[in-house]
Design a protein around this ligand. Structure first.
Ligand code: B4P
Length: 209
């Protein structure tokens, strides 16, 4: 199973991605965590990425695309993955699509975490107190929400046109949201295993733009 999670910062992608990975025995590939690891290790990529992350901007597409590919191949060989935070731009989505198509491993499902801005601001203020993340200051969070609206929200249409988008209500108890997601994924798994109804991304045509 190859699943993507899309949602604004603080929507709970990281929280739910870990649970999905545990429940379905999938690898979790979280680009935010991978980038923070690069920053902590002081790599060249980390040095470049830090500037963008601290401002609340997205790290340049080519760096993120390159960083993510090998992990996707490894994880796919081990049974699949949940992608948390990638793709985040149309350019990343197109690159991921062409790359996956060429290998016959298109994405199965995209979960879109729906949530109001007020709830996001409250959650991220909580995370700022607990985790001291340099990109969780109020000003940076507001900027990240704008970046999401301008650069990432268009992916909702993109994956809807591909027929693999499922909206998830991301407000409520964490366990209840996990249950909704697990039910969706179990249903999808059962459906794709029955003959003739497998409709992954690639059967919908070479491009959705
Ligand atoms: P991420 O690490 O992906 O940060 P995020 O979007 O804020 O995280 P998420 O939505 O996963 O929130 P979480 O579950 O932790 O990215 C950080 C930065 O990395 C980006 O701004 C960018 O610069 C860079 N980056 C990453 N990917 C990139 C890409 N593809 N291209 C370019 N740049 C990229 O939840 C937040 C909080 O809410 C937690 O404290 C949690 O406990 C709480 N919470 C979760 N669910 C809840 C619920 N149901 N109720 C109440 N609280 C809840």
């Amino acid at each position: 199973m190859r699943v993507l999670l899309i949602g604004p910062p603080g929507a709970g992608k990281g929280t739910q991605a870990s649970r999905i990975a545990d429940h379905f025995d999938l690898a979790r590939i979280a680009t935010g965590d991978l980038l923070r690891e690069q920053v902590a290790n002081g790599t060249e990529l980390g040095k470049v990425a830090k500037e963008y992350m601290d401002r609340g901007d997205l790290v340049p597409d080519d760096l993120v695309i390159e960083m993510t590919r090998d992990r996707m191949v490894e994880a796919n060989e081990e049974g699949g993955y949940v992608l948390d935070g990638y793709p985040r731009t149309l350019a990343q989505a197109e690159a991921a699509y062409r790359w996956a198509l060429a290998r016959g491993i298109p994405f199965d499902l995209t979960l879109y975490f729906e949530i109001e801005e007020q709830e996001l601001l409250a959650r991220l203020a909580g995370r700022a107190r607990e985790e001291h993340r340099s990109d969780d200051t109020e000003e940076t969070v507001r900027h990240r929400l704008e970046v999401f609206a301008n650069q990432t929200r268009p992916l909702v249409d993109y994956y809807q046109r591909r027929g693999i988008l499922v909206p998830i209500n991301a407000v409520g108890p964490i366990d209840a949201i996990s249950e909704e997601i697990f039910a969706t994924l179990h249903w999808h798994k059962a459906r794709t295993m029955s003959a003739g109804v497998n409709r992954p991304e690639w059967v919908l045509g070479p491009t959705a733009t």
